[in-house]
Design a protein around this ligand. Structure first.
Ligand code: 13P
Length: 341
């Protein structure tokens, strides 16, 4: 393991005032996104959309990295530049989603375990050859009745995340570890807080057991929020302090950075939450930044609607969201900026 190189990549991924765009939707997920704008999910439509994201002006000022899907890592711009190189030219690190999805966990109805370890060593070697500098693996934790999540679900997912992380580091690729506690359900923010601490602690215990070098990793957590259907929705300040308190309880100081997922939050709320966390205190050991999918892409996707004549406006909207989130990394975003965006 080349620790110095891994640490350098991880530090670059959380460079001050920069974050990550997650554009790594699997085939079924991108189909759902395209369905919402009435567009067929063909390979060429997917390539066109990802080219729009990759070539949006100003990306290099706000983005440290972009996460791609297997198909996307192999695609090129319309004038023939492979996507990983198109990103590198702007100073944006190319990353790759390597898990093969969350599958039903045997014996635990309603719970999932993420798969993809089989053959991962060989796939990582190929991805590194294609230019990937970092990788992502997403575990999905559901809060629900009958004591969910079970200890078995937390353990199985933590173990898989740690084995994935160790394989990445062997290949010289920085692992983003993503234990996502879903917003689905009517649970309170207190319950989300408790489950998120357990999920993160379990994962770091497994990472230690597998010998993962933490300064060469990045954490991608969900924020601590009220369940989507909970009657009482916590405000921005409570989300911010609880999320930071949770990280303080569970995340070792040797982890260089934390990049949040948006998980179904609106674009503006995801930015406001990140800003409030960064405005809380300058004393935290990790950089707090973003690795949003929907909260960066959705406004642009709706404007694009699959039509070439809308591409410029869609790119401008994407660039505006990237800028607002870059400001939120510095605690310098205000709600009033939404109107101007
Ligand atoms: P969202 O921000 O849409 O949750 O996506 C981030 C991601 O990469 C989930 O794995």
């Amino acid at each position: 393991m080349d620790k110095t190189s891994l640490e350098g990549i991880a530090q670059a991924m959380v460079a001050r005032g920069k974050g990550i765009l997650a554009a790594d939707e699997s085939a079924p997920t991108i189909k759902r996104r395209f369905d919402s704008i009435g567009l067929e999910s063909t390979e060429e439509n997917r390539r066109t959309w990802r080219e729009l994201l990759i070539t949006a002006p100003g990306g290099g000022e706000c983005l440290s990295g972009m996460i791609l899907f297997d198909e996307t890592l192999r695609q090129s711009t319309s004038d023939g530049v492979p996507f990983p190189q198109a990103l590198e030219r702007q100073g944006i690190l190319p990353g790759i989603k390597v898990d093969t999805g969350a599958k039903d966990l045997a014996g635990h109805p309603g719970e999932k375990v993420t798969e993809g370890l089989d053959g991962l060593r060989e796939r990582l070697a190929e991805y590194a050859g294609l230019g990937a500098k970092f990788a992502k693996w997403r575990a999905v934790i559901t809060i629900g009745a009958h004591g969910r999540p079970s200890a078995a679900c937390l353990h199985a997912n933590a173990h898989a995340l740690a084995r994935y992380a160790a394989l990445c580091q062997e290949a010289g690729v920085v692992p983003i570890v993503e234990p996502e506690v879903l917003m689905d359900g009517d649970h309170t923010i207190e319950r989300c807080h408790e489950v998120t601490v357990r999920a993160q602690r379990e994962m770091y215990a497994e990472m230690e057991a597998q010998g993962v070098h933490l300064p060469g990793t990045i954490l991608k957590p969900s924020m601590v929020v009220s369940g989507k259907d909970c009657a009482e929705q916590a405000g921005v300040d409570e989300v911010a302090w609880r999320t930071v308190a949770c990280l303080s309880d569970a995340v070792p100081a040797s982890v260089p950075g934390v990049v949040f997922l948006s998980g179904g939050q609106s674009a503006a709320l995801a930015t406001a939450h990140l800003n409030a966390m960064n405005a809380l205190s300058a004393e935290l050991p990790w950089a707090l930044s973003f690795s949003y999918g929907r909260a960066l892409q959705d406004p642009a996707l709706r404007t694009w609607a699959g039509k070439a004549e809308n591409a410029g406006r869609a790119q401008a909207l994407l660039a505006a969201r990237e800028r607002l989130n870059a400001l939120a990394c510095l605690g310098r975003y205000t709600d009033a900026m939404e109107e101007a965006a």
